[in-house]
Design a protein around this ligand. Structure first.
Ligand code: ATP
Length: 263
């Protein structure tokens, strides 16, 4: 499903946080949102999933005008994995994943058995089948993150919105999660801090700074040393991954001395 955000403006507590932001994502495309702390990545995702109302602009998921629609209508098309996972919810993992079915429930509650089979399948997809009967508060941060992803998958979304989804995950699970998102074939918008991971798994990147889009395009076009330096204030050598051919970013502080044998 296509995502189209046009001319988005958001103010929070009276301060401009996003201005004139456009974002177009094609069906099945995986787009990475990049930018320094406070650049507006989470706020843009929130404007798209109907959590923060923009004072200007429009958001469409396919033909659905998000801000003219009900939360339920938006939740039937899109699912969200945020940074603020509930930790205190006294529910089993399976029940948490089943919450993903709520937007699709009918008044008669039909389809319960199918929902359980789907929830178990989603847990298997994120490698968390063994956690099915555990209580949510007893999980580690990374286990909880994978369970929340399973809940999002149980929503059977056409659009996945992920806010720093690799937080808490060990390196194997970071790669697994991003590979899974690609395999699903759904439209995905992912806020990420790791530039190399973003280059490896995203079709296109959108770089934000101070609430505006600096540039958008394929990773090679967006992640140039000049741009990384001007936006993040970090020096960077752009290498090519020997196995995948994707970009590898070697980052250093600008005052890091260059080794004599290299210089
Ligand atoms: N309720 C609020 N009131 C005022 N300012 C806010 C509020 N919530 C967020 N902001 C500000 O909006 C800006 C954008 O925040 P946002 O969380 O979207 O950035 P981000 O790019 O996701 O950052 P990070 O990488 O640190 O997660 C920040 O300067 C933040 O301090």
């Amino acid at each position: 499903m296509k995502v189209h955000a046009h001319d988005i403006g958001v103010k929070l507590s009276g301060h401009p946080v996003l201005s004139g932001v456009d974002l177009d994502v094609q069906p099945g495309e995986v787009v990475g949102l990049l930018g320094p702390n406070g650049s507006g990545k989470s706020t843009l995702l929130r404007a798209i999933y109907r959590a923060v109302r923009p004072y200007a602009g429009t958001v469409h998921l396919g033909d659905l005008d998000v801000w003219a629609s009900s939360p339920r209508a938006v939740a039937r098309r899109s699912a969200v994995l945020t940074q603020d996972n509930p930790t205190e919810l006294e529910l089993t993992v399976l029940d948490v994943v089943l919450l993903g079915r709520v937007p699709h429930r009918t008044l008669t509650g039909r389809g319960h058995r199918e929902d359980t089979a789907l929830a178990l399948d989603c847990l298997a997809q994120v490698g968390a089948s063994h956690l099915e009967q555990r209580m949510l508060p007893t999980l580690s941060g990374g286990e909880r993150q994978r369970v929340m992803l399973a809940r999002a998958l149980a929503q059977q979304p056409k659009v996945l919105l992920l806010d720093e989804p690799t937080n808490h995950l060990d390196i194997a699970h970071q790669l697994d999660l991003l590979a899974l998102v690609r395999r699903l074939g759904v439209t995905a918008i992912i806020a990420l801090h790791d530039l190399t991971l973003a280059a490896a798994y995203c079709d296109r990147l959108v770089l934000l700074n101070e609430g505006r889009v600096v540039t958008a395009g394929p990773p090679e076009q967006v992640l140039t040393p000049e741009r990384v330096l001007s936006v993040y204030g970090v020096a960077c050598d752009v290498l090519v991954h020997p196995r995948t051919g994707r970009l590898l970013l070697a980052l250093t502080q600008t005052d890091t001395p260059v080794k004599e044998s290299i210089a």
